[in-house]
Design a protein around this ligand. Structure first.
Ligand code: NDP
Length: 262
């Protein structure tokens, strides 16, 4: 299936690791021009090195930026306009989850989590709105199944994720008909976040395969395993592409069947 991504100009926030990196790779493989940002310049350049080795130097822009810093995100938008002349696709992916029950979450944690989840959408949306409208483009928000199915061990993340889902629906309405706005709802997908949790496991004798298999069992994932970053990236690329031209205000679950609603 041709997704129609050749020549499209895409921005992936949090493109130096995990799902963002896999998404950048997928978009490049489909012939898109891609800009990636992250806070850590060193890891960003490492990721860019592997992408440039696979796809050449022409089609990739890197820009170190914290998505919570509106000025830095505006700088990313300027860099994209000057290098690509515009932007067809914005993938709001940067971020991470916060573990904790209500009792374990301080006021400062609540504020930080709401700021991360909401402003990692708001700042790039503001910075790229004009270019997306000009290009009749698409925004994809990388969100979590927690938005509609909270878990007791991630109370603040789940609550903030619900806010993101609501925001994305409003944006889809406000930016129509020029810009399509959709989200993906992830279950558990192997990425930098999960690799870090594995590295910090209590019993260091447990192997990687054992640890992830046990996690899938405990979470009762119907497909019996965590997802791969490439599987999330495939869904993101589809929603961002002209192949999804009549889809807006929608969400696509990539969770191995973890959702319990119909
Ligand atoms: P990774 O840790 O592998 O990647 C996160 C990326 O985001 C890195 O490139 C990181 O780089 C960047 N990043 C984090 N914070 C910021 C920031 N403030 N500004 C700019 N870049 C930032 O994690 P994942 O691939 O798992 O995460 C991708 C998204 O998917 C996140 O929003 C996460 O919450 C979401 N998600 C993931 C799930 C999973 O199971 N993997 C489940 C549900 C949602 P740097 O640290 O250098 O800034």
């Amino acid at each position: 299936m041709d997704l129609g991504l050749a020549g499209k100009r895409a921005v992936v926030t949090g493109g130096s690791s995990g799902i963002g990196l896999a998404t950048a790779r997928k978009l490049l493989a489909e012939g898109a021009l891609v800009a990636i940002c992250a806070r850590g310049a060193e890891r960003l350049e490492q990721a860019a090195g592997t992408l440039r080795a696979e796809f050449g130097v022409q089609n990739l822009v890197t820009h170190a930026a914290d998505v919570l810093d509106a000025q830095a995100v505006a700088g990313l938008a300027e860099a994209v306009r000057s290098r690509f002349g515009g932007c067809d696709i914005l993938i709001n992916n940067a971020g991470q989850g916060r573990l904790g029950s209500f009792a374990e979450t301080s006021d400062a944690d609540w504020r930080a989590e709401y700021e991360l989840k909401l402003f990692s959408q708001i700042n790039p949306a503001r910075a790229f709105e004009a270019m997306l409208r000009e290009a009749r483009g698409a925004l994809v928000a990388v969100n979590s199944l927690l938005a509609i199915q909270p878990e007791p061990h991630m109370v603040a993340t789940a609550s903030a994720r619900a806010g993101v889902q609501n925001l994305i629906k409003s944006l889809a309405r406000e930016w129509a008909p020029q810009v399509r706005v959709n989200s993906i709802l992830l279950g558990l997908v192997i990425s930098g976040q999960w690799e870090r949790r594995f590295a910090a496991r209590e019993d260091q004798r447990v192997t990687r395969a054992e640890w992830f298999a046990d996690l899938a069992r405990r979470r009762d994932i119907p497909l019996g395993r965590l997802g791969e970053a490439e599987e999330a990236a495939a869904a993101i690329a589809f929603l961002a592409s002209p192949a999804a031209g009549y889809i807006t205000g929608a969400s696509l679950e990539v969770s191995g069947g973890l959702s319990r609603h119909i």
